[in-house]
Every structure is written in C-alpha cells, then in structure tokens.
Design a protein around this ligand. Structure first.
Ligand SMILES: [Zn+2]
Ligand SMILES: [Zn+2]
Length: 311
C-alpha cells in the first residue's frame, strides 16, 4: 500500500509498513499535511548521509511548510548544522555535535580537540547548545569520560542546554548525569522510547534541571507512547499534565536506525518528517490548551532563551 508521505514502490524500504496499515487515523492526519499551530521541533539532524539526498534549502522549505517555529539541529559532522543555519536563519537553532567528522561518533570521546572546537563555537555564538551525545549501556564511551565532562562544564559556563541520548534498561545512567551537573540544562532525548513513564517520572523528580523531549519516532519505532487512537497512553498523559513545564517535542527524522544492513545507504529520514510531525501534533492537540501550548512551543522557547536570543 502507498501512504502519502512515504516513498512510493521502488523507493527505499520501510520495514514497518504492516504497522501503518493498523493506524487508519494516520492516513487522514498525514494527507494532506495541514500546517497547524507553530511548533518547536527540538530534535532534527542534518547529517552527511542525509545531505547526499536532501539539501539545506529543501529542509528549510519543509520546516516552513509545516509551520515549525524553530528547529534544534545537530549534525554529523558538526559544521553541517551551520550550513542549515545559513539557509534557515532564525528558523534554525544549531547545537554543537562532538561528532566533528563523518565517523566522529566512534572516537569523539578520545579527542580533546572536540572541546576546543565546542568552546570556540559557543564563544562566537555559532551554537546554542551541545549534543546530541549518545551513550549505550555496556559500550564506550562511559559517562565518566573526561571529554564529556569538559563539554558539560562548557555548556554550563555558556548557559546552554545539552541534548543527551542514553540507551539503558532504566533511568539510573541518565540520573547519574543529571545529578553530576545540577546547574546544567539537560534535555533527555527520546521519551516514549526504551524507558517507561515511571522511569521518566523518576528522572523528573530527581533532577529539576532536566527537560524531557519526545522524539521516539513513534508509532513506527517503539509503540509505547500513544494508543491506537493516536492519543497519549494514560500514564504518559498523567505525567505530562502533572509536569507541563518539563516537556518538549521533536521529530528526529533519522530513519536508518530502524533498519538493518544500511551502512551503504543514504538516510532518507527527511522523507518521513511530515508524518512524524503529524503524529506529534495529534497527541499534543488532545492535551488541555495551557499544557498543549507549553509542550508545543513555550517550554522550548524558555529552554533556548528565545526572548533574549532569536528563535
Ligand atoms: Zn538519539
Ligand atoms: Zn537524534
């Protein structure tokens, strides 16, 4: 079956097509994509393997068409975020990625030059945050590595947020980070992914400095955030309503992560941007208005000091 917003037959595979068939509301939500209220997208990428198939101008056009107020972009290599900024102006809020070359995710934590580049970029006002930084339980780098510690101290000194992705079975590794840097604004990436609402509640309660972002690429990736009607599951809804100032949202249009054996293929994640955004708009629209406005836009504006700096 062909879903608007998905590549037609002959395009790259979508390994979750069977799940889409079970989500009829999504078809109506995706086609055609009505813009909706202004939306802060706190998590997008413009990586080298995306640039192979989409340019900065086209990404900016898609963000504008979707009425994105501003988007936080993090790139591998880091400098690509600045290329997108040049194309999008105030629409783009670049974060410094420690992955400064194409394979930087593999060795950034061994390279002190990453810290020097981060400091120069923050000092010159080119970047408005640090991240995305990934930690996978059982793999290097470890949370305690000194390059990461220096990056976090830099973010704190420049009063900018750090976007951190931790893959783990519970909230403990993330809490170790947020308790180690209590003055630092930290964004927890991908709520709705591996951790449950109870795990995330404990992060919120332990660390007042953490903002939670939803970019789990659901319903295609995890399926733990919303029900078949596209609305938040009760445990997530209760949490968002209990802490409405602590949540923001992002699309994270990176698609290779959901497949196997794609090292030789470009990432066509931006082809899925409109449908990911429609998914988030659906559950956000179901929240009481004051909560909805915070999660959709206001919390992100506060996090990124948009009143003082441009967003
Ligand atoms: Zn991530
Ligand atoms: Zn990401």
């Amino acid at each position: 079956m062909i879903i608007p917003g998905l590549p037609a037959a002959g395009g790259r595979r979508n390994n979750s097509g069977s799940r889409l068939a079970a989500i009829p509301w999504l078809i109506a939500a995706v086609a055609p994509c009505a813009a909706g209220e202004p939306f802060a997208d706190i998590h997008v990428h413009f990586n080298w393997d995306q640039k192979e198939i989409i340019g900065a101008d086209e990404i900016v056009a898609r963000l504008r068409r979707a009425n994105v107020a501003f988007a936080v972009v993090t790139s591998t290599p880091a400098a690509l975020a600045l290329e997108l900024k040049q194309a999008g102006g105030d629409l783009i809020v670049p974060f410094f990625s420690p992955y400064t070359h194409e394979l930087g995710r593999q060795d950034w934590y061994l390279d002190a030059n990453v810290v020097r580049l981060a400091e120069a970029g923050l000092r010159d006002g080119l970047y408005r945050g640090i991240g995305e930084v990934h930690f996978m339980a059982g793999f290097r780098p470890r949370i305690e590595n000194p390059v990461f510690a220096r990056l976090m101290r830099l973010a704190q000194r420049f009063d900018v947020p750090a976007l951190i992705h931790v893959d783990a079975a519970n909230e403990t590794p993330f809490v170790r980070i947020c308790e180690a840097y209590p003055e630092l604004k930290i964004v927890f990436a991908h709520a709705g992914g591996n951790l449950t609402a109870d795990h995330v509640r404990r992060v919120i309660e332990r660390c007042a400095n953490v903002t939670i972002e939803f970019s789990a690429r659901d319903p295609w990736r995890y399926g733990g955030l919303t029900g078949a009607d596209g609305r938040l599951l009760p445990e997530w809804r209760d949490l968002v309503i209990a802490y409405p100032e602590r949540f923001v949202t992002g699309t994270d249009p990176v698609w290779k992560v959901t497949r196997t054996q794609t090292w030789d293929q470009a990432d066509d994640g931006w082809d899925y941007f409109a449908q990911l955004l429609s998914y988030h708009r659906r559950w956000i629209d179901d929240l009481p208005k004051p909560v909805r406005d915070r999660v959709r836009l206001e919390n992100a504006r506060r996090l990124l000091a948009c009143d003082r700096l441009h967003c």
